[in-house]
Ligand binder design. Sequence first.
Ligand SMILES: Cc1cc2nc3c(=O)[nH]c(=O)nc-3n(C[C@H](O)[C@H](O)[C@H](O)COP(=O)(O)OP(=O)(O)OC[C@H]3O[C@@H](n4cnc5c(N)ncnc54)[C@H](O)[C@@H]3O)c2cc1C
Length: 329
Amino acid sequence: MNTPLRLSQEPVSPTIEAAAAHAEDISNAFRDLQIVLPPETIVRRDEPLARRTTLRVGGPADLFIEPSSDNALASALEIAHLRSIPLFLLGRGSNLLVRDGGIRGMVLSLAHPHFSRIELKGQRITAGAGARLKSIAHEARRAGLGGVEFFEGIPGCLGGALRMNAGAMGAWTFDTVEELRCMSPSGQILTLPAQEVPVEYRACPLLRTHIALGAVFRGRPDDAEVIRAKMEQFSKKRWTSQPNQPSAGCTFKNPQPTLPAGRLLDELGLKGARVGDAMVSDVHANFFVNLGQARASDILELIEQVRTRARELRGIELETEVEIVGEDA
Ligand SMILES: Cc1cc2nc3c(=O)[nH]c(=O)nc-3n(C[C@H](O)[C@H](O)[C@H](O)COP(=O)(O)OP(=O)(O)OC[C@H]3O[C@@H](n4cnc5c(N)ncnc54)[C@H](O)[C@@H]3O)c2cc1C
């Protein structure tokens, strides 16, 4: 099976024939999925995605699946492969910009409780890919385990954090990961020691082709009160330095280790720049916020304007940290 797990970041303009063939594949896959998958698995067509992302923009997914077990997930992968349907993994949508035309393909979400368990044993924290980062941080605190305090303010789930190697307050997700559990595109389950999983700044390349099912973290024993104080300090830092309007967190990667993208955009006088209801936050310039009625196209236009300014005025090519997926309207 070789169906790519990633959707291209470039929208495609299919011919009428290709669009008709795709629509037929989707209808056939929908029928197959309803026959094969257990009733606990959610299977929907034309599922709106805007409400499933923190930016609150974007069109629908052709197919939306919330598998209720590892087997159901593997079956969905097999059907996508047989019908040549592109796949996309959706976490809590906090690092995503879905274009206004939505996603042509199958969107898989691991939000079912089967994938959201958190278990603590000694210093080991075992969590499913669907577990909220905040819940992992709080469960660890209750057990007197430190090391994942920085998860507290990141609004994603573990699968997204592993794929992004999310980080904050000087720590990265993979710093404390001991073991990664994932599923290959052919539905095989692998358990890998963290040392065998290469990671980079904001990326775990293996998870471009494999689905994270969960991870084991090695917590650091600490006083629960000390951990609580640390989490409170992190949380305070966030609320005073980040906007509270809908956003997808940092829009751009830092162009240089010593030059945060937010500082660059601030120096370029871009705070408050707007396209429709999309705005460069006046609290933190690397956060692009939705003031209410923004469309994905407004945010994309704002991203392009900002990139042009950084290129023209400072010779810096900014790369997005937020992942842009789907088709234009
Ligand atoms: C207010 C705010 C603050 C933020 N602060 C931070 C921060 O401090 N540090 C930071 O790093 N990020 C931050 N982010 C960005 C975001 O929260 C993180 O990148 C988070 O890890 C994304 O998780 P998610 O579940 O929302 O993933 P999504 O946004 O849904 O997906 C992100 C990527 O992960 C992939 N993915 C999701 N689940 C899986 C899976 N099970 N297997 C394989 N791939 C998967 C998706 O396909 C996509 O490529 C912030 C965002 C917001 C809105």
